[in-house]
Design a protein around this ligand. Structure first.
Ligand code: ADP
Ligand code: MG
Length: 300
């Protein structure tokens, strides 16, 4: 993580931001035994009182799950563990094992009542698909409350910008080329926006069968989502929405992602398809510079 803020209160604001990040890690971690998520995952179907941040994240994730027909599902954790993505002891699970685990995957069975959360026995949550986006929102909020008008928040590839650069020009954010991660795909010029990418090239392993298996899972079958996309970048005002959508649209695939965007006007996106084409929405056309040799297709 890398936070840069400009202005008189920058030091104080960054200190408060770091405290908030550490707090969020403590309550959302799947391994820390004192975290809300750990308590829920070991609750045996009993109600757990959680922090407001945890309730916010669970509520937003369920909304996006509804909006994307379940492409996002934070109850996938048992499946994600089975593939070894949490421990890096990777393996390709048997289909029967995945089917068995999927019996206990369904965000609709999460119940939130204020700060009381209940999940059924055998259910386990992992909010990793939206945590960084939410964290970026909270850091941006803290910085703005300290009158910071210019800041760059980089949470492991999730970028949030506050205002523009100190000299008033736009921030320039490079997106990696999924086919060659040492190269850039494009450069975006933005201000006051989150830019969040989900790709199949950050966390993956190669199976004995020579195939590549990555960490974004399709809740329909419990296997890595392989629906025509290799990366999805979402640009918008709300980090949590951008993060949730980057994962969900990756799962939905090219056609459904394009259709989803048509029905919504609060974000822009860059899709990279597995046949090496870049699809961009028209809201960012003028702030987008292609630095790859791939063809760009403008969506309207
Ligand atoms: P990253 O964390 O690499 O930036 P994402 O935001 O796309 O990427 O989140 C991926 C993480 O979310 C995975 O590591 C896994 O823990 C979890 N995950 C994978 N597939 C799904 C899904 N369909 N719905 C919800 N969470 C998922
Ligand atoms: Mg995400």
């Amino acid at each position: 993580m890398n936070l840069t803020a400009y202005g008189e209160n920058a030091q104080t604001a960054l200190g408060k931001s770091a405290e908030k990040i550490i707090f969020l890690e403590e309550i959302l971690s799947v391994t820390n035994q004192n975290s809300d998520i750990y308590k829920l995952n070991n609750s045996n179907g009993n109600e757990v009182k959680v922090n407001e941040d945890t309730a916010n994240i669970i509520n937003t994730s369920c909304q996006i799950s509804d909006m994307t027909n379940g492409a996002l599902d934070i109850t996938l954790y048992p499946v994600i563990k089975e593939w070894g993505f949490t421990t890096e002891k990777y393996k390709i699970p048997e289909k029967t094992k995945l089917d068995e685990l999927l019996l206990n995957v369904n965000y609709k069975n999460i119940s939130v009542n204020g700060l009381s959360v209940t999940i059924p026995q055998k259910y386990q949550l992992d909010t990793g698909a939206l945590t960084k986006g939410y964290t970026g929102d909270k850091v941006a909020e803290i910085l703005k409350n300290h009158d910071i008008q210019s800041a760059l928040i980089n949470l492991g590839g999730n970028i949030h910008t506050v205002g523009s650069k100190p000299d008033g020009s736009l921030w320039r954010v490079g997106i990696k080329n999924p086919f060659d991660t040492n190269e850039q795909l494009c450069i975006l010029s933005i201000e006051d926006k989150a830019v969040i990418t989900s790709g199949n090239y950050e966390r993956y392993f190669e199976g004995d069968d020579g195939k590549k298996y990555w960490h974004i899972i399709d809740p329909k079958d419990g296997s890595p989502a392989d629906n025509g996309l290799v990366s999805v970048t979402i640009i918008g005002d709300s980090g949590i929405m951008c993060d949730a959508l980057s994962t969900a649209l990756f799962v939905m695939g090219k056609e459904k992602a394009i259709a989803y965007h048509k029905g919504s006007n609060d974000f822009d996106m860059i899709l990279v398809s597995d046949d090496r084409k870049i699809y961009i929405t028209n809201g960012i056309e003028n702030n987008f510079e292609n630095v790859s040799n791939m063809e760009v297709i403008l969506l309207n």
